[in-house]
Design a protein around this ligand. Structure first.
Ligand code: HEM
Length: 454
């Protein structure tokens, strides 16, 4: 007989909403999992929610059961207001068609073509840092990482089509848009967002600002003879698997907006954590410096160097283990199911958390300790594949994982060639875990120029 999942009763009517909406949400989820096991249950208002905290079961949800565990949650509905119907938000056959037309362009070999775009953006950032270094001014790493990852994704999408002014408009619209979207997903009460507040009125205007730029570039590209090697061109050359037709302007807009949003803050947050850790661990910093100096010998990396920067890759992976950029993933249970001997009711929502799984003591030895050797080839092979899910898993796994890995490794390598980042004495490092995992008060650092030892 399947077991009915148990869990905290919560408050009358609102259930556990204050717990899940609080800044302490992952600690609360951890306490629920600790008390009630691999599958637990709680209520959010009238909604029935399950928490699943075992890699076997998460694997089942994301692979075998992925049709029954859909993205039809209120949170995804909120994200759809910004992204429209895209590879990230679509479901069923529509998603499959979109994914098949876009996926080939995210293959590792295709991403290699974007290496120069990445290194140029990173170099520009580092050149700006030189002046800061001279005057020993504090650098806010979180802002710098947001800026460089936005520049990379904008250039990767549109090459040189965006003027400096456009990029500034995108950057200005982006932060308030991301912040408001985060709030809408974490507190998904559509009625609240229909109230005529200033913030609510601004929301569609921010989206419209970005739309205007994206649609203008699509229109210009259509009449241009030039075909730059960027993601927009790749998307414009892609065809619908069934109809053989190219993507419509709206499809192109939705995919471009998805890449803006999905492909920028995630990497930036992980990089901010990485610098926080590296600045406090001289042993890790020394290993990175040794690898970078040996592999690159002072040159700018090219795509072929990525495979040889193995320690940098491991440090980035281990950072995402402790601080997964997407800490909680939701799904909707379409029909009644039995999962790991537990009965789940159709119509409920289910949550699982990379943050919890990445620190699960049954799968990670001393989970709180930062140790890149967990990702040595042999150790990685022995690990349960769903105990580590920074990019999700199954058919809906992140499309941009190769992109993000290459970008992160190049940022680590090129920064290390020129600088050491030392935490500023006033740094107050606290995680804020909502839709993303980021340092709440940023990561202020003092830059120190490096003289390279080859
Ligand atoms: C460190 C950086 C990144 C992390 C941690 C990350 C994480 C994730 C996760 C966890 C998912 C699965 C969501 C779910 O199943 O509900 C996802 C999906 C996705 N990501 Fe990423 N992502 C990153 C970078 C990127 C980049 C750079 C791009 C594109 C340029 C991108 C594009 C997408 C898309 C299109 C999907 C939807 C895939 C689908 O549903 O078929 N991501 N990402």
């Amino acid at each position: 007989m399947p077991t009915k999942p148990q869990g905290p009763k919560g408050y009358p009517y609102i259930g556990s909403l204050p717990k899940l909406a609080s800044a302490n949400r992952v600690n609360w989820l951890q306490s629920v999992a600790d008390e009630y096991g691999s599958v637990s249950q709680f209520n959010l208002l009238k909604r029935n929610v399950y928490l699943v905290n075992h890699p076997d079961l998460v694997q089942e949800i994301l692979t075998r059961g992925n049709k029954n565990y859909s993205k039809k949650t209120v949170g995804f509905k909120m994200v759809k207001v910004v992204l429209g119907e895209s590879t990230f938000t679509a479901m069923g056959d529509e998603w499959r068609r979109k994914r098949l037309s876009v996926q080939p362009y995210f293959h590792r070999k295709k991403i290699a073509n974007l290496a120069t775009i990445m290194t140029e953006c990173i170099e520009k950032m580092l050149d700006q840092w030189e002046t800061l270094c001279d005057i020993e001014k504090t650098l806010q790493t979180t802002d710098a990482m947001m800026q460089v990852t936005l520049n990379v994704v904008v250039k990767a999408l549109f090459s040189t089509a965006l003027s400096e002014e456009d990029i500034q408009t995108v950057a200005d619209a982006f932060n308030p848009l991301l912040e408001a979207t985060n709030q809408r997903v974490v507190l998904p009460f559509p009625l609240l967002f229909n109230l005529p507040t200033h913030k609510n009125k601004q929301y569609p205007k921010l989206i419209a600002k970005l739309d205007a730029i994206i649609y203008r570039i699509i229109a210009q590209r259509k009449v241009s003879d030039e075909k730059p090697m960027d993601l927009l061109q790749m998307l414009m050359d892609a065809t619908d698997e069934e109809t053989g037709l190219p993507l419509s302007d709206e499809d192109l807009r939705n995919e471009a907006m998805t890449m803006f949003i999905a492909g920028h803050e995630t990497t930036a947050n992980a990089m901010s954590w990485l610098w926080t850790i590296v600045s406090q661990r001289p042993d890790i910093r020394e290993n990175i410096e040794h690898e970078v100096d040996t592999v690159l010998a002072g040159r700018t990396p090219i795509s072929a160097d990525f495979a040889n920067l193995t320690y940098c890759q491991k440090v980035f992976k281990e950072t995402m283990r402790l601080y997964p950029p997407v800490p909680i993933l939701p799904r909707h249970v379409e029909n009644d199911d039995i999962l790991g001997g537990y009965s789940l009711n159709g119509g409920s929502d289910v949550l699982f958390s990379a943050y919890l799984l990445h620190r699960h003591p049954d799968f990670w030895d001393q989970p709180e300790i930062f140790n890149p050797h967990r990702f040595d080839t042999d150790a990685e092979k022995q690990q349960h594949p769903y105990a580590y899910i920074p990019f999700g898993g199954g058919p809906r796994m992140c499309l941009g994982n190769n992109f993000a890995m290459m970008e992160a490794v190049f940022i680590i390598a090129m920064t290390t060639q020129r600088f050491r980042l030392n935490l500023a004495p006033n740094a107050n490092i606290k995680p804020l875990i909502s839709l993303t995992t980021r340092p709440k008060y940023g990561v202020p650092v003092i830059l120190q120029r490096r003289s390279q030892k080859a």
